[in-house]
Design a binder for this molecule. Structure first.
Ligand SMILES: NC(=O)c1ccc[n+]([C@@H]2O[C@H](COP(=O)([O-])OP(=O)(O)OC[C@H]3O[C@@H](n4cnc5c(N)ncnc54)[C@H](O)[C@@H]3O)[C@@H](O)[C@H]2O)c1
Length: 274
């Protein structure tokens, strides 16, 4: 259980989507916000909206940039006070069939979805431990981090890693009074697919026909996500889980059959007792 009263949060990918939903939910409870993102226009919009409720600072940051991450942390802590709620949330979706992947795609996806979480942890967790005031780390993974899904090899690899990292961190941080939660959303109504396409380095592996097929798929997946959980509802689920000290956070029950099937296959593969 984490008491969030008087705390300050650092939320990566906080300008849009789930990050913004979490920012809104925590702002309603008086939490001060440092929002980090690459999208400057969306950062400005979020600051204009949330400043009416709480103190807000924004920082333009690529979560892959370790030096910039440290400087961003120093700057926001000087203005808002110590960060004790860390949201490693910035992420992208996409990739390619495993037979078509290239190193640029692996570096892009793992760099943001996993490297960004590593950089957040490296930057803030030692500070949180040294200060002795507890806190909470919330890592955004995905349902695709709990079972292999159609989200693809790159996305699943990055999100499984975030789930594993979070499980191990929970044990490490318990004695410091720092809680850990891992958010494993199902579909949430955001523009992640279209936004990710802008930075995805796949131009050299795609034929014109592939591009047309991909554009069609992106439109279809975006329409599917639009019917998912709202960012406001997801934000409230995270707030509730942090306050109750809940580790896994699902936003719907969509993964249930896949989790049951995976669990059964795993347990059935155990050798018999000798
Ligand atoms: N939307 C879903 O259905 C869904 C489902 C499962 C998991 N997730 C995960 O939730 C997280 C948030 O996704 P979302 O759906 O809100 O997407 P989104 O695109 O709405 O928001 C992601 C934010 O991260 C920012 N960002 C991207 N790359 C960055 C970088 N290198 N450095 C800093 N900021 C960067 C974007 O500018 C954007 O503001 C991601 O980790 C995603 O994988 C989303």
């Amino acid at each position: 259980m984490t008491d969030i009263t008087g705390r300050t949060a650092f939320i990566t990918g906080g300008a849009n989507g789930i990050g913004l939903g979490m920012a809104r939910a925590f702002a309603q409870h008086g939490v001060k916000l440092a929002l980090a993102d690459l999208d400057t226009a969306a950062l400005d919009r979020a600051k204009a909206e949330l400043s009416a409720i709480t103190e807000v600072e924004t920082v333009v940051l690529d979560v892959r940039d370790r030096d910039a991450y440290g400087k961003a942390a120093d700057a926001v802590e000087a203005r808002l006070g110590p960060i004790s709620l860390l949201f490693n949330n910035a992420g992208i979706a996409g990739g390619a069939h495993v037979g078509k992947m290239n190193y640029a795609l692996w570096d892009w996806g793992l760099g943001i979805n996993l490297g960004g979480v590593v950089n957040g942890v490296q930057t803030f967790v030692p500070r949180m431990i040294d200060r002795g005031a507890g806190g909470h780390v919330i890592n955004t993974a995905s349902g695709a981090g709990l079972a292999g899904t159609a989200s693809g090899v790159l996305y699943c690899t990055s999100k499984f890693a975030v789930v594993g990292m979070s499980e191990a961190m929970r044990a490490d941080l318990a004695s410091a009074g720092i809680g850990v939660s891992v958010l494993c959303p199902g579909p949430v109504a955001t523009d992640i697919v279209l936004r990710s396409s802008d930075s995805k380095p796949d131009a050299e592996i795609l034929t014109e026909a592939d591009k047309a097929k991909l554009a069609e798929r992106n439109t279809m997946v975006t329409a599917f996500l639009k019917q998912g959980t709202t960012i406001e509802a997801a934000g409230k689920m995270v707030l509730d889980a942090v306050q109750r000290g809940q580790f896994y956070i699902h936003t719907d029950r969509m993964m249930l059959p896949m989790l049951e099937a995976r669990q059964k296959e795993l347990l059935d593969a155990m050798p018999p007792e000798s």
